[in-house]
Design a protein around this ligand. Structure first.
Ligand code: ATP
Ligand code: MG
Length: 206
């Protein structure tokens, strides 16, 4: 931990962005592992805003994704959920997320947590240099995605975490086919999905 000039340790905040449609144990393990490795005081989960246009599929309503994230993180005293992205109109850009959280937590050190696939996308963005100044980036391993051959700068850390071959895409597909998602997502999320009839048919989510 780096002390400030006054010797007071700065708060260390993890930021875990995602669509969380639904949140699953891969997300939670990633946040927990990075929190332990980097001595984070808090990890803020940030569900993305509602895309106004989607090429491939309809994303569940922001309020459902937000509430599932709250349910999934409620038992962990270091996990919180932010509405900054879902309350901001328009598509979510990581640079806006980081600017908002920097403004809300001016004295904190920010650690942006992403899986290998999302890190790969970030590196292709323009204005990527501005991102490095806003937070430290931590890329975690994810089955099926390779982090090792990316040309990463000094502001990016890579971390191996236990392999969780879980994706929201697979969870949605399982619910649609009547297959279980028990133990892939937290129990409360299984119950939330059933109660609100999420993912049962294409018509109902569109
Ligand atoms: P979808 O299949 O809908 O894309 P997803 O499972 O990839 O969903 P996202 O909400 O897109 O979940 O991911 C949010 C963040 O969590 C991303 O940085 C992603 O790389 C990371 N992540 C998701 N699943 C895992 C996993 N199993 N292990 C490590 N990181 C993960
Ligand atoms: Mg994804």
């Amino acid at each position: 931990p780096e002390p400030t000039a006054g010797g007071v340790r700065r708060r260390r905040l993890g930021i875990m962005g995602g669509t969380f449609d639904p949140i699953h144990h891969g997300h939670l393990v990633a946040a927990s592992e990075v929190a332990a490795e980097f001595a984070l005081d808090e990890v803020i989960f940030v569900p993305t805003g509602q895309p106004w246009q989607k090429s491939d599929r309809q994303v569940s309503p922001a309020e459902d994704r937000y509430l599932m994230t709250v349910v999934a993180t409620a038992s962990n005293p270091r996990f919180t959920v932010s509405r900054v992205d879902i309350d901001r109109p328009g598509a979510t850009y990581t640079v806006d997320t980081l600017r908002d959280l920097r403004r809300l937590h001016p004295d904190a050190e920010l650690f942006f947590i992403t899986g290998a696939d999302a890190m790969g996308q970030i590196l292709t963005w323009k204005d990527v240099d501005e991102l490095w100044g806003l937070a430290h980036f931590v890329g975690v391993t994810r089955p099926g995605h390779d982090l090792s051959d990316m040309g990463l700068g000094d502001d990016v850390s890579l971390m191996e975490i236990p392999a969780m071959a879980i994706s929201s895409t697979d969870c949605r597909e399982r619910v649609r086919r009547g297959r279980p998602v028990w133990y892939l997502v937290p129990d409360g999320v299984v119950q939330y999905i059933a109660k609100h009839h999420l993912y049962v048919s294409e018509e109902e989510t569109s």
